[in-house]
Design a protein around this ligand. Sequence first.
Ligand SMILES: *[C@@H]1O[C@H](CO)[C@@H](O)[C@H](O)[C@H]1NC(C)=O
Ligand SMILES: *[C@@H]1O[C@H](CO)[C@@H](O)[C@H](O)[C@H]1NC(C)=O
Ligand SMILES: *[C@@H]1O[C@H](CO)[C@@H](O)[C@H](O)[C@H]1NC(C)=O
Ligand SMILES: *[C@@H]1O[C@H](CO)[C@@H](O)[C@H](O)[C@H]1NC(C)=O
Ligand SMILES: *[C@@H]1O[C@H](CO)[C@@H](O)[C@H](O)[C@H]1NC(C)=O
Ligand SMILES: *[C@@H]1O[C@H](CO)[C@@H](O)[C@H](O)[C@H]1NC(C)=O
Ligand SMILES: *[C@@H]1O[C@H](CO)[C@@H](O)[C@H](O)[C@H]1NC(C)=O
Ligand SMILES: *[C@@H]1O[C@H](CO)[C@@H](O)[C@H](O)[C@H]1NC(C)=O
Ligand SMILES: *[C@@H]1O[C@H](CO)[C@@H](O)[C@H](O)[C@H]1NC(C)=O
Length: 572
Amino acid sequence: MGLFSQICSLGLVALAAAAPLEDRAKKPQGFLKEIGNSTWVLGNQIWNVTQNRQYANQLWYKGKDRVGQAVGHYVSFNGAASDLSWTSASIADSGPDWVNVKFTAKEGDFHWVIYDDLPGAYQYFVNHALPTLGEFRTLWRLDNTSFPRGYTNVKDGVLPALEEYLAATNVQDETWQKADGTFLTKYDWSAFIREQTYYGVYGDEVGSWYINPGKDYYNGDHLKQELMVHRESRTGDAVQLNMIHGTHYQAVSRDSFAENKTWGPWLWYLNDGSKPDAASRWEKEEAAWPYTWFEDNAYQSRGKVQGRLLLSDGRPAAGAAVFLGDNGNTTVSTLDQGQGYYYTTYADADGEFSIKDIRTGTYGLYSWSNGDKLSNVVTNFTQTDIVIRDGQNTNLNDLIWKITDEKKRIFQIGAFDRTTDGFGLAGPTPYEHGRIAKCPGNLTYTIGTSKTSDWCFGQSALGTWRVKFPLATTTSNMTSDAKLFVSLAGFSQGVSANIFINGVQVGNVTSASLLNSQDTYRGATKAGEWRYLEFLVGNEILKSGENALDVVVTRTTLWRGWLWDSLAMDWA
Ligand SMILES: *[C@@H]1O[C@H](CO)[C@@H](O)[C@H](O)[C@H]1NC(C)=O
Ligand SMILES: *[C@@H]1O[C@H](CO)[C@@H](O)[C@H](O)[C@H]1NC(C)=O
Ligand SMILES: *[C@@H]1O[C@H](CO)[C@@H](O)[C@H](O)[C@H]1NC(C)=O
Ligand SMILES: *[C@@H]1O[C@H](CO)[C@@H](O)[C@H](O)[C@H]1NC(C)=O
Ligand SMILES: *[C@@H]1O[C@H](CO)[C@@H](O)[C@H](O)[C@H]1NC(C)=O
Ligand SMILES: *[C@@H]1O[C@H](CO)[C@@H](O)[C@H](O)[C@H]1NC(C)=O
Ligand SMILES: *[C@@H]1O[C@H](CO)[C@@H](O)[C@H](O)[C@H]1NC(C)=O
Ligand SMILES: *[C@@H]1O[C@H](CO)[C@@H](O)[C@H](O)[C@H]1NC(C)=O
Ligand SMILES: *[C@@H]1O[C@H](CO)[C@@H](O)[C@H](O)[C@H]1NC(C)=O
């Protein structure tokens, strides 16, 4: 039966006749107008944007153009050389109170979903032909008088003025030293992306925010950091970044993407500059995610996983970091994974975890110590072939995580948690350019009497960090070899050390064996990319009574070096 006859048979002819009127009443107010050769205006009654081939260089909101002399909105990969160029625009779809505007580039489609009453738009990108890349981002470069301040979950304040940059001396990549000796750097405005609620730039009249609920399209794990907002150091623009595939604070993060890999939708949100309002909008968006309005089968098809992680000694893996990621090559670190969709959580005190709204597919599950009750757990847990089915719960039940025998631990400095937490100068903020230069070149740490905070968070200066540790004459384990665990929370090439025990070299930390993750010199003080080194210590090197382990820095470069996670030794 056709629609018309169906309507007739239900006696709804009168209603059908009235439909055109209703349609007219429900026409969406969001619009797209082509106003010239590759120039369009899109928006609603609250705001509108003028989009050119690459840049959207006007944003009308609350009576003013909020881009002004700045660059505006664009989408780019691998730096500014690769800004996406829009070849066409259309209304891809619409409803009674919304339009979905699609801009097409050869790499893929960028969408703006504009509701009548929304100050801002939901945005998303669908891949068609992005090259293998590291950095992929959307961003706003906005008028700096409308948006003088920046906000992330770890920093809130006025973006340093362009004048301050002009008066200072450039000392390295995006870093300047002022006459008073202090530093100016955009990396001060970095943050852990998966911990964000809302972030953006704002002032007394207006605020422009990114609200990214779900976050499953981001690359990396719990400790993935990115630059979030900053002052553009050449032009003075107020910059609001949406690093949807980022490389900051990482060694390797090049990925290629499947047809239709979709980033977003996230919300780009405008308001009067109120942080409490942006915060409540975050609550609303997070509760609404995954968005039921987004008509995309792959996006809508989701399931759940749950399980309980138990250490092999029977203890629950309390508070462990849990990551659902790539199923394929599990030698790619969790931070460096980035081609698909990723989910992060932490186990509870009983080792139980659950993650809901996971896109269907086959995943690998990875878990590692996040400190606290697992502080001494050096091993991690990996299980592949975890299948997530639409609308279903995949219950993994008890998962046994093999750990080493704790009785074999000779000493340990710092928790295994992939961060510098607990060490000297590790806080209070996660970013500060040059703080690593405040750590000493020479330091002595005595097992049994020194405190964790006596060990500095990062090592860079020439000199020797000595650990004095006792071994008892009477123990039968004096016939065994030992293993040294060097766990680094980050590493920037340019500093090398040799490691000795009782004067005999057992290992090293060098650029020859470790890639550069550009963390310490960009002011990371909590974490960068985690590295793990293990060295065998022959029994003949050890002696009863006092032993000495020396980490001797033999070559250095200012502000480079490594962040300490933990240094520990076990009987083999
Ligand atoms: C439109 O702009 C492009 C690039 O600026 C130019 O190559 C093309 O000739 C223009 N077309 C028309 C009809 O003006
Ligand atoms: C965009 O907004 C400005 C300011 O409200 C208004 O003057 C202009 O007509 C709008 N453009 C369109 C195409 O509606
Ligand atoms: C804002 O940008 C202008 C250039 O458009 C620049 O001259 C000015 O110094 C910037 N203001 C701040 C506070 O950085
Ligand atoms: C990508 O999405 C389009 C539109 O939904 C669909 O027609 C196509 O089959 C998809 N391709 C793949 C490889 O998923
Ligand atoms: C797995 O990834 C590592 C690191 O990127 C790479 O060296 C190795 O060749 C990969 N192995 C396979 C089987 O793809
Ligand atoms: C687990 O630990 C090993 C070293 O023992 C390391 O090579 C591997 O990358 C770790 N896996 C994860 C997922 O962290
Ligand atoms: C040596 O082994 C004994 C038990 O065999 C253990 O109690 C002791 O802590 C060990 N000593 C060291 C320094 O590891
Ligand atoms: C560390 O000690 C050595 C030997 O005493 C000394 O030469 C060096 O200058 C010291 N390093 C620093 C940074 O103080
Ligand atoms: C440094 O350590 C690596 C293992 O991490 C080892 O392969 C290499 O031979 C060592 N080099 C020196 C000079 O000790």
